[in-house]
Design a protein around this ligand. Structure first.
Ligand code: UTP
Length: 291
């Protein structure tokens, strides 16, 4: 029987060097997509997928992330008094009920795998989701909800994947595929940031995972991999080698890498165009801008 996925880990302890100087004092995960921080998109996506427990892996200087998900009674009262119902609903959308939000610290940015390991005591012995907030997927049905449906069908471990140009394989975790029906690719391996001529495919993992808790045992070994970091991908590869079932799921939607300047700008335009209150005006302003 498949154990339900109730917990999600949000690793938010990275340095965000690609976004300096903005990220010198402000966490990358607080960058706004139109009018909401990236982290809130990730939390709302997790909630829509049925996640009940939210685990943030933070680091120095990330307190503002904790505050964003705290209640703010003075603000609520003021908005209420002024009759600003929509604004009130918008801020309250970030609320997570007491006792369901956990923070654990990663003292040094030793890599994504290490960040996930820092959440081990909160995760315990159950499958869990991982969402990297700088990867945002624009789609009617949120990406993690799609993955949950797949997990409920086939169980095991499910990662969200997309095709990338071969010259970009050295930026991502790349699948070694056993067989592929065009929607689900059964994995026989995965390798972090392979050179284009060594990459076993061009199917890359984006920042959405559903994994079994055994991943924490492999992360415990703290093996340093690509870029001198403890890589999540390396632990996934060991799980596959140990016989765990892994599938790459081709999600529906468009993914934006908001940890990258161009990706972030593209996401703001795409999300802005989708908005009923902004889309029409933004479209005509963009047309003017582009001549
Ligand atoms: P990135 O690979 O984007 O790294 O991390 P980064 O440090 O945030 O950004 P750059 O590359 O220096 O610009 C992907 C996710 O993993 C988290 C990040 O916060 C981000 O959500 N992460 C990464 C950690 O929590 N700890 C780490 O040691 C590394």
């Amino acid at each position: 029987m498949k154990k339900p996925v109730r917990k999600a880990v949000f690793p938010v302890a990275g340095l965000g060097t690609r976004f300096l100087p903005q990220t010198k004092t402000m966490p990358k995960e607080m960058l706004p997509l139109v009018d909401k921080p990236l982290i809130q998109y990730a939390v709302e996506e997790a909630r829509a997928a049925g996640i009940e427990e939210f685990v943030f892996v933070t680091s120095r200087g990330k307190d503002v992330l904790e505050d964003h998900f705290d209640q703010h009674p003075e603000l609520y009262d003021t908005l209420e008094e002024k009759g600003k119902k929509e604004s009130l609903a918008a801020v309250q959308a970030a609320d997570i009920p007491s006792g369901h939000l956990y923070f654990t610290r990663q003292h040094q940015p030793l890599g994504l795998g290490h960040a996930i390991w820092c959440a081990r005591h909160v995760i315990g012995d159950e499958p869990f989701a991982i969402l990297l907030p700088d990867d945002v997927v624009l789609n009617g049905v949120p990406c993690l909800k799609q993955m949950m449906e797949v997990y409920n069908e086939i169980g095991g471990n499910v990662v969200a994947v997309t095709e990338v140009p071969r010259e970009h394989t050295n930026r991502y975790g790349i699948l070694d595929v056993a067989n592929d029906d065009g929607r689900l690719a059964k994995m026989k391996g995965v390798v972090e940031k392979p050179a284009p001529d060594k990459a076993p495919s061009t199917l890359s993992i984006i920042g959405r995972y559903i994994v079994q808790p055994q991943v924490l045992d492999f992360l415990e070994q703290k093996v340093v991999g690509a870029g001198g970091e403890i890589q999540l991908t390396d632990a996934l590869q060991k799980m596959i080698a140990a016989g765990q079932d892994f599938h790459g799921y081709r999600y529906q939607g468009t993914r934006y890498d908001c940890g990258d300047k161009l990706g972030f700008l593209m996401a703001n335009v795409a999300f802005g165009l989708e908005r009923s209150d902004l889309g029409t005006n933004l479209r005509s302003e963009l047309k003017k801008l582009l001549g």
